[in-house]
Design a protein around this ligand. Structure first.
Ligand code: BG6
Length: 490
């Protein structure tokens, strides 16, 4: 076992799932703030008001709302992002715990609505800027390099209500203003950046990734184009502001295998994977891939990509590729060939060789090695795994301990796969930030009891709990892993 010197061991969270404090410190409402709590069997919903004053709910994936809908938060609904893990009031203490574990990096997102409450505001909110100043200063105090996601499912709902959010090109200008503000403000404090979290999530529904409530193919194509352009602009702005900045993209990578060697299954799998690769192809290569242009042409979608926009994409390619990796699925054209299964933003078929988590996500460490190789081979750019882990149920013992051996097993197996990818296959991997390094609310279900963390947070789904933090068994284990630079995984 050997990991590169300076390997970035760490952990990851997102503001909307961790911070809470949804209306404190001058913060505006983000698209995540309007999403209700769900469960494994109950879908989360997005709330909005129609001009007649009626309140309605919309499905997160595939739903749509009428023109004139005003999205927001209303009395009587339970929105998990509003309190989340109360990171807004525990940030410093939590960063100190990450420091105690020996983190080299901490991936966190800046909530756009703390900086520009409506998205389209002309001037930033100083209180929001100060909040992240304090976080980054604390990181440096304890030897952590922040890795910042600029947009992690936190599009200001003000932009949705004004002009439909990312479907409209004006959102790019608002995003540029936001990026310039944080690039200048945090120059010297932040060196590693990610533009959009799981940008490809938009292919499965516009709300989460982009605050888009129209899910027709044209709206999704335009919102995707605008985000890709915005990402390219962000890369340029960050490089101009500080040549030390390293800017990456972030793809939700659910690797798909073909269920059988039927060529139709192979073809269907290739098509499914293109939903993921399309975004990283543009980010890394600086132009739209032929398969996507052909798909748009055949669907009669004209995204009207101008020469100037092509230039922007070309000049805004990323320095490294990052992705989330939790699971794999199988693809087949025969719906009766296997049982359907769900996963991170995806649906597929069950793999008879794999076990699944309590939430049905199939556990596949070897798939991570394959994913790393596919990505490295495709782009030949450094990689980072910025999310990985197993969401599960943890019991807090009376003495404050928490025996989460299943987290340790999952992470150990995936770290071994990383080691093989680096040392046996030659992949250049910069870092590893397991997801939800402290317990946070789940993005897909809004549950608090789907826990990934090394640190237990005493909040429950019904809002009870005092928010106190407790070190789980995995905390001590990961501390040892980092201290030995991945050599000691026992
Ligand atoms: C990724 C997201 O899709 O998966 C995170 O970037 C999310 O925001 C993570 O939390 C795990 O998913 P879940 O649904 O278990 O929280």
């Amino acid at each position: 076992m050997s990991f590169p010197e300076n390997f970035l061991w760490g952990g990851a969270t997102a503001a909307n799932q961790y911070e809470g404090g949804w209306n404190e410190g001058g913060k505006g409402i983000s698209c995540a703030d309007c999403v209700t709590r769900g469960s494994r069997t109950k879908n989360r919903k997005i709330t909005y008001k129609t001009p007649d004053g009626e309140i309605h709910e919309m499905e997160v994936f595939g739903g749509s709302a009428p023109d004139g809908a005003q999205f927001g938060c209303f009395e009587g609904y339970d929105y998990p992002s509003h309190e989340a893990s109360d990171g807004y009031h525990h940030m410093i203490e939590d960063i100190d715990l990450f420091g105690e574990m020996g983190f080299k990096t901490y991936r966190l997102s800046i909530n756009w609505t703390r900086i520009y409450p409506n998205g389209y505001d002309e001037t930033p909110n100083e209180e929001g800027l100060k909040f992240y100043d304090a976080a980054f200063d604390e990181c440096h105090k304890v030897g952590i390099k922040p890795l910042v996601t600029i947009s992690h499912y936190e599009t200001p709902v003000g932009l949705t209500n004004k002009w439909g959010s990312w479907v409209d090109a004006r959102t790019i200008e608002c995003f540029e203003r936001y990026v310039k503000t944080i690039a200048e403000r945090y120059k010297g404090k932040v060196e590693y950046w990610l533009t959009f979290n799981e940008i490809n999530c938009i292919a499965f529904g516009g709300w989460t990734a982009a605050g888009v409530y129209k899910n027709d193919p044209y709206s999704i194509a335009m919102a995707s184009k605008h985000q890709l352009l915005a990402s390219a602009r962000a890369v340029q702005i960050l490089h101009e502001t500080d040549p030390n900045n390293k800017v990456g993209c972030m793809i939700g990578y659910a690797l798909n295998y073909y269920l059988t060697c039927n060529p139709e299954d192979v073809l269907a799998t290739w098509k499914e994977m293109n939903k993921y690769y399309f975004f990283s192809d543009v980010h890394a290569r600086g132009y739209y891939p032929a398969y996507k242009l052909a798909e748009y042409r055949n669907a009669g979608i004209d995204i009207n990509l101008t020469e100037e926009e092509k230039e922007t994409l070309k000049n805004g390619t990323v320095d490294f590729i990052s992705f989330s990796y939790y699971m794999t699925n199988c693809i087949t054209v025969d719906p009766d060939a296997a049982q359907v299964t769900i996963g991170n933003m995806s649906m597929g078929f069950k793999n008879p060789y794999l076990k699944a988590t309590d939430w049905g996500w199939q556990i596949d460490p070897t798939g991570l090695r394959i994913a790393l190789n596919y990505m490295y081979d495709r782009y030949q750019k450094p990689l980072m795994i910025v999310e990985n882990g197993q969401g599960g149920i943890d019991e807090l013992e009376a003495d404050g301990t928490c025996h989460d051996q299943y987290h340790i097993n999952y992470l150990r197996d995936h770290i071994k796969a990383m080691d093989a990818a680096i040392n046996e296959d030659g992949v250049e991997l910069w870092g590893y930030t397991p997801w939800g390094c402290i317990d946070i609310v789940s993005a897909s279900t809004g549950e608090m009891h789907k826990r990934y963390g090394f640190i237990y947070v005493d909040y429950q789904d019904d809002g009870t709990g005092d928010g106190k933090r407790y070190r789980k068994d995995s905390f001590w284990w990961y501390k040892k892993v980092i201290a030995s630079n991945g050599a000691d995984l026992d």
